[in-house]
Design a protein around this ligand. Sequence first.
Ligand code: SF4
Ligand code: SF4
Length: 172
Amino acid sequence: MPELSYRMLNIGSAPAGLLGLEELFAELFAQGVTPTDEKLADLLLAGVRKHNYVPKVAEKDYASALRMEYTRYYRRKQQGKAIVARDYGTWRGYPREQIPWFPTISEELCNNCGACLEICAREVYERDENGRVWVAEPFLCLVGCCFCKSVCEPKAILMPGQELLKNYPEKM
Ligand code: SF4
Ligand code: SF4
């Protein structure tokens, strides 16, 4: 059996490692499943569960993160762009994807003004087709930065506390 792809995704407000995501997306795209398909969330959850454990209580967060990610995948495929696994590098010797430092947006508070998107030089944020701002590339976020949080007037952006970084001492 060929080795499955592995990548981290920001689920809720924590990173989760998932097996077989690229294969699942490719399969759904080949079947003509679009991001607006009403069965998409169920198909994604069922597909991910083949190789990963998805806790019942986190289903909603998984469905939302997977739907966003599939939408990006779908757009790139439609534009004929290559789908390549991204290398997020390391921080203090740890794979960047193991460090849960990235913004989380409160949907209730966010007014989609776009200030965070404009100020972030790392392309962490994107707007979806409905104009909603979301955290598209959490692992591009610069560890230790809180810049976007300071420009968000409704205080919709949550960032981890600096004390989190003490858990990641420099690796020799
Ligand atoms: S700056 Fe705040 S309110 Fe504006 S889009 Fe970003 S998260 Fe939403
Ligand atoms: S914390 Fe800094 S790097 Fe991270 S998303 Fe905000 S502005 Fe971009």
